[in-house]
Ligand binder design. Structure first.
Ligand code: GDP
Length: 314
């Protein structure tokens, strides 16, 4: 069968990652995409997933479905984060294996690495120390997903690969002020502050934590690249290899939005882990690198936000 004719189930196609994966597959000529809305197939319901796989028999599964959120959401809803993610990924992996799926792509997260891991973080640092407490529930679920993929590969020869993206942002992101991640939250805060003519914008924490940000369409390119070129047990980091402080990020967003006021830091909000930067040498050695700079990606995301602000779930 022609590669582009394989039936690819993109789980979580309405999310930030899934929608970018769908765009990327379409750009690359994949013609046979399988997508289902949440009201058609609830991925936390094993029977619903099993029925879908029996009926549709996809060749490839890209698991971009997850319950995700920023630092406060993770800290406030630990049960939701560990349960929903364990359910969704286990159902997808098990049903894909049973239905004879030929390739499974699992998406993890850079928060699977220990809080005190040396920076940049290499793939082999997995399970070498305690996790960051604010998102350990999500991280433990994702680690279980990685291990499940590795176990199914070892025991059944199931071709499951796992990618660990760094902090993502881009079109289709979630712009809630309380529950979203820092980049979309700050874009919205600066935008609304500018509209209201506020004197200052409040940034959570101290501004000193450092984070790496990957434009989601770049991640989607990496997903398709590894889908086509990688078939091993080892996890693969996906990032840019560069980080910025939250203060630097806030300054970039302030400049993009054109907000003239000042920054204030709210020390009552958590900083989270001090630094999160991936070592991307494994992916570089395979021949892939990110193409979008942070400034360019912030600009594209802000333009998308301006076009969609009215209809966003906020
Ligand atoms: P993390 O990478 O898991 O810590 O998740 P976040 O993207 O939520 O937060 C990254 C960093 O940005 C943390 O140090 C936050 O305290 C900081 N931050 C600053 N302002 C904001 C904001 O408005 N929303 C969020 N979510 N984080 C913020």
């Amino acid at each position: 069968m022609d590669t582009q004719d394989r039936k690819i189930f993109v789980a979580g196609h309405r999310g930030l990652v899934g929608s970018a994966v769908v765009r990327c597959l379409q750009r690359r000529g994949y013609r046979n995409l399988l997508i289902r809305n949440r009201n058609e197939v609830d991925l936390t319901d094993y029977r619903a997933v099993a029925t879908l796989f029996r009926a549709e028999k996809p060749d490839v599964v890209i698991d971009a479905a997850a319950k995700v959120g920023g630092i406060l959401a993770n800290d406030s809803y630990p049960a939701d984060f560990i349960r929903d993610n364990l359910f969704i990924q286990s159902h997808l992996i098990e049903c894909a294996y049973r239905a004879g799926v030929r390739k499974f792509v699992f998406l993890g997260s850079s928060c699977i690495y220990p809080k005190a891991a040396p920076q940049p973080m290499r793939e082999e640092y997995l399970l070498t120390g305690p996790l960051e407490p604010t998102n350990e529930w999500y991280a433990v679920a994702k680690i279980a997903g990685i291990k499940m993929c590795q176990a199914y590969r070892r025991q059944y020869g199931f071709d499951a690969i796992s990618l660990m993206p760094t902090n993502l942002y881009g079109p289709g992101d979630y712009f809630d002020l309380e529950k979203s991640h820092v980049l979309p939250a700050l874009l919205r805060k600066f935008h609304e502050a500018k509209q209201r003519g506020d004197a200052a914008v409040t940034v959570w924490g101290s501004g000193t934590p450092r984070r790496e940000f990957l434009y989601v369409d770049d991640l989607a390119e990496a997903v398709v690249f590894l889908l086509e070129n990688y078939s091993e047990e080892g996890i693969v980091n996906v990032g840019t290899g560069e980080d910025v402080s939250i203060r630097e990020l806030a300054d970039m967003i302030r400049a993009e939005v054109g907000f003239a006021g000042e920054l204030r830091f709210d020390a009552t909000k958590p900083d989270g882990t001090p630094r999160k930067l991936l070592d991307v040498s494994r992916l570089s050695a395979l021949g892939w690198r990110a193409g979008t700079s942070l400034a360019e990606g912030i600009g594209k995301t802000y333009r998308w936000y301006l076009q969609h602000a009215a209809e966003l779930r906020m």
